[in-house]
Design a protein around this ligand. Structure first.
Ligand code: C2O
Length: 552
């Protein structure tokens, strides 16, 4: 194992997309940011220096951070922000995981431009459980806003309404030829006939789940969220914000064309407006005689067929295919018993209209949009929860009384109650070390049912069950998969449905769990687990690094 060192200098840089030139926050002047590439077992040291005029923190999305919670990064959860001019060194060891993850800023909406891949290769000499691909290519999906994303969320929070939507989807930062002014900003994947490529897919979009397909090519899914899965073939993938997926693409021996379109388009049940555009990249065959296609020619490539934007059955069928490898070499250690059960009703809600703009709030029925878990809309504290926990100074910072079940049970997939106002608080769930937890995440129909990609920090969880309608413990538990359920860090709670997850709380610290739609996170769709130390020295949270930023 090695130590891999990186310097992340957060600077403003000028970037042009869709004919709009603007200055955006970047890491080392690059957009998207640099790739972190390590091997399982390595220690990673990233020195972040903040040269922009805003606070920032970084999160290594999916890294387990065993006993290194100080490096997890969500602002006000595990650290105070790195202020302008400040710096902080993130240090963690990658143990027991490999595959594709990613990193992103975890303050306000800065992750719109501050993100990059984090690739974990197997230890030297250890093979993949599938044939070694000829080449591996990270492919990050993002959203481009012509406006400043910070202004977009600021305005939404002020007016109480939904935020303006993005202007384009992107492949590795490039919108591609379906948008104005963008044919020269097209991502091209060059392949050789007959070779197999591994695409490391990452959905870094702020607020959209995405369909993904490559015209005339079938993909084989081998990994999700840095966990191996039983390989399966698919022509259309669905990937939620925060999720990663490794897929194999075998280039045809005799392709019918020199180039094929790669496409992403939104999957949503949102009633309001959303970015309903399709973005494309190009799969280009390297043939000795064929010169690369000119920008103008890219527009004409036939699109792969994609489902309708609200085709929930395609999504459910695809999601059901994910299974852990569960082999002798890669066993699935699914907890067969549970110490504590939680039922979380998640979704949108409302706040009273307090500071109307021009006499009105732009949320439903003259309210302000809010989001909640069990009716509690999470309030970011003014200091870091992990620090408060380490110093055992909880008073005035957090309350250990997060409800384990909804405060107002109702028919979650039917008509919502009249009063959809939420309560507010920095309330957390304390857990004893090594508690086996089951959480049923139930989508609610308040403000229209829509799916919510829930992400848990510090853990991978097993997805033991899922279904549509209201969760019914007496029937649904009997259908749980405790043999080979997929292990992930982000799962989309289906529209008008539920999902059940299990994890063992064996990593002491404070771990946020939240919707990976940034707008829902801003509206309070999150909560935190406070996992206490175990009795052994190896089960305790070490002291914070000396350079950890202070909130003052
Ligand atoms: Cu990828 Cu808390 O986030």
């Amino acid at each position: 194992a090695r130590t891999r060192r990186y310097s992340f200098n957060v600077t403003m840089a000028t970037v042009t997309r869709l004919c709009v030139t603007k200055s955006i926050p970047t890491v080392n002047g690059r957009f998207p940011g640099p790739k972190i590439a390590v091997r399982e077992g390595d220690t990673v040291v990233i020195k972040v220096t903040n040269h922009i005029n805003n606070n920032v923190t970084f999160h290594w999305h999916g890294i387990r951070q065993r006993r290194s919670g100080w490096a997890d990064g969500p602002s006000y959860i595990t650290q105070c922000p790195i202020r302008p001019g400040g710096s902080y060194v993130y240090r963690f060891t990658v143990t027991g995981q490999r595959g594709t993850l990613w990193w992103h800023a975890h303050f306000s909406w800065l992750r719109a431009t501050l993100y990059g891949p984090l690739v974990i290769l197997p230890p030297r000499g250890v093979a993949y459980p599938f044939p070694k691909p000829h080449r591996e290519v990270p492919l990050m999906f993002g959203e481009w806003f012509n406006a400043d994303p910070e202004a977009v969320i600021r305005q939404a929070l002020q007016t109480g309404g939904g935020p303006n939507i993005s202007d384009a989807y992107t492949f590795n930062g490039l919108p591609g030829p379906t948008y104005n002014c963008s044919a020269n900003d097209t991502f091209k994947l060059r392949v050789k006939p007959g070779r197999t490529y591994m695409l490391r897919l990452i959905n870094a979009a702020l607020n959209d789940e995405l369909f993904f397909a490559v015209a005339n090519h079938t993909l084989t899914v081998v990994q999700s969220d840095a966990n191996y899965v039983k390989p399966f073939a698919a022509t259309t993938l669905v990937i939620s914000p925060g999720q990663t997926m490794d897929v194999l693409l075998t280039a045809a021996a005799n392709p019918s064309s020199q180039a094929f379109a790669i496409a992403i388009a939104p999957y949503t049940n949102t009633v309001g407006t959303f970015d309903n555009t399709t973005a494309t990249a190009v799969l280009e065959y390297a043939a000795a005689a064929a010169p690369p296609r000119k920008a103008a020619a890219l527009r004409g490539l036939p699109l792969p067929s994609l489902p309708a934007y609200n085709d929930t059955s395609v999504v459910a069928n695809f999601t059901a295919k994910f299974r852990s490898l569960a082999s002798a070499k890669y066993p699935a250690r699914v907890p067969s018993t549970v110490d504590r059960n939680f039922f979380f009703a998640i979704g949108l809600g409302a706040d009273p209209c307090q500071s109307p703009v021009n006499g009105t709030c732009q949320g439903p029925n003259n309210t302000r949009f809010a989001a909640s878990i069990n009716n509690v809309s999470f309030v970011m504290p003014k200091t870091s929860l992990l620090q408060a926990h380490y110093q055992r100074r909880y008073k005035g910072v957090l309350m250990a009384n997060f409800p384990t079940a909804p405060q107002r049970p109702f028919n979650y997939t039917g008509t919502p109650p009249n009063n959809t106002f939420v309560t507010h608080g920095t309330r957390v769930v304390p857990l004893k070390f090594n508690t086996t937890v089951e959480v049923v995440l139930q989508d609610t129909s308040i403000q229209g049912a829509e799916s919510h990609p829930l992400h848990l920090h510090g853990y991978d969880f097993f997805v033991v069950g899922t279904g549509f309608g209201n969760y019914d413990a007496s029937n649904d538990t009997t259908r749980y998969n405790l043999v080979d359920p997929v292990q992930r860090n982000t799962i989309s709670v289906p529209t008008a449905g539920w999902v059940a997850i299990r994890f063992v709380a064996d990593n002491p610290g404070v771990w946020i769990m939240h919707c990976h739609f940034d707008v829902h996170l801003s509206w309070g769709l999150s909560m935190a687990w406070l996992v206490n130390d175990g009795p052994l020295p190896s089960q305790k949270l070490p002291p914070p690094p000396s350079d950890i930023p202070m909130c003052s």
